[in-house]
Design a protein around this ligand. Structure first.
Ligand SMILES: [Zn+2]
Length: 409
């Protein structure tokens, strides 16, 4: 997926190699490309017939150099010392010319074509389709003003477009427009971002290797990874490094199948994003539904608890009223009142500490006193005796809570 730092480093490899030479008999004609691994067989021919392609070169004699690692190339017999930028720029144009000759023999491609009188520009490579559509390819290694002045990127781009010529900017694999971040990515500079901002694809060419770098960025949706076209907001890009021959020339510019793939990825990415958002919305709705259900259940439970407490409260009041009623109507009470001057004596009116006996307290205290205590004066009374009296009068009690029974303990 992503390129290792080594692959980016290989693309931008530093050596100022020469893989093109001019013919001595036609120094301004097409250049000769030295195929890799042909240095030895081409050496005598190169010495005899080829020369440096820099017209004003003071030491134009060439030989070849075979490399064990890296690509074979030409070399000045003596001297040389041209700037890296000019050598790469010149070879970059020829690399594009070679690509067009191989892939688009139907296209008329020429170097340094003046576009006068249409526009006062000179395209690095002008490609004219049989249909008449024209594409200007510019290989850019050197610094370029973005918008200031008549030679700026914006001015040149606008002039081409106004003249009905599609401009294609191809950046150099070395120098100001290629910043290897040494983490497998390349930093986007101002020119690269301007090209993207204009809606054009971004390319870098390596004329020595005959390769083109196509940038992409990585975006994740959940667990899924997508490769997308960079935008003018992008800070750094990953690269695919392909043969120049994977490119095609269209009426509107340069195309790579990588761009189709990136567009597919964009659609899949957007679909995945929409699905993830819909899924999140569904999950959110489900969470809200569950929360509402839980709140409703809690309210119902609270209602049940309150209703049950009210029922118990009512039942208790009913029972106490019934117990009181039973006591008021009992002959025992009439007897107690008759025996005590129409009052209930204090020893038969002890407020119990617990509601363990289901009878009015005066009622059971009178029963226990009248049937147990009076019969056993000076004797021992058991709890069992007390409870037996309650049983006889069909008064329910909690047998564990007997401490209120007078005389117990
Ligand atoms: Zn030279």
């Amino acid at each position: 997926m992503g390129h290792t730092p080594g692959e980016v480093a290989a693309f931008t490899s530093g050596e100022t190699r020469l893989v093109y030479a001019a013919r001595k008999d036609a120094p301004t004609g097409p250049l000769v490309l030295l195929e890799d691994n042909t240095a030895l067989e081409m050496r005598e021919y190169a010495k005899a017939h080829l020369r440096c392609f820099v017209a004003e070169c003071p030491t134009p004699e060439f030989t070849t150099v075979a490399r064990r690692s890296g690509r074979d190339g030409f070399k000045h017999l003596t001297g040389g010392g041209h700037s890296e930028e000019s050598l790469f720029h010149k070879q970059g144009k020829h690399a594009l010319l070679g690509w067009l000759a191989r892939r688009h023999p139907e296209v008329d491609a020429r170097l340094e074509v003046s576009l006068l009188p249409v526009v006062n520009r000179r395209a690095d490579v002008l490609a004219v389709h049989p249909t008449g559509e024209r594409v200007a390819l510019e290989v850019q290694y050197s610094h370029l003003e973005l918008a200031e002045g008549s030679e700026s990127w914006a001015a040149r781009t606008r002039d081409y477009q106004d003249a009905g010529i599609a401009p294609v900017w191809i950046l150099g694999h070395r120098g100001v427009h290629f910043t290897d971040r040494r983490d497998g990515t390349v930093a986007l500079g101002a020119l690269g971002r301007a090209i993207l901002e204009a809606g054009m694809p971004l390319w870098w060419v390596n004329p020595i290797l005959g390769t083109v770098a196509v940038p992409y960025v990585i975006s994740h949706v959940g667990e899924r990874m997508f490769q997308l076209r960079p935008t003018s907001e992008t800070r750094a890009v990953h690269l695919w490094v392909d043969s120049l021959d994977t490119l095609t020339l269209t009426g509107a510019g340069v195309h790579s199948p990588r761009l189709d793939f990136l567009d597919q990825q964009r659609r899949a990415h957007d679909d995945a994003l929409a699905a993830a958002r819909a899924h999140e919305a569904t999950a959110e709705a489900e969470r809200n539904k569950q929360a509402a259900l839980a709140a409703k259940n809690a309210a119902q439970r609270a209602q049940h608890v309150a209703a049950k407490a009210a029922r118990l409260e009512r039942a208790l009041r009913e029972r106490l009223r019934a117990q009181e009623q039973r006591w008021l109507e009992s002959s025992m009470r009439a007897n107690v009142l008759a025996a005590h001057g129409n009052t209930i004596p204090a020893h038969l009116d002890v407020t119990p500490s617990a509601d363990a006996i289901w009878a009015h307290h005066q009622h059971w205290q009178a029963l226990v006193f009248g049937h147990v205590m009076l019969n056993h004066i000076g004797d021992t009374v058991t709890v069992r005796d007390c409870l037996s009296v309650l049983d006889e009068h069909r008064i329910q009690y909690n047998a564990d809570a007997h401490r209120d029974c007078p005389g117990s303990g």
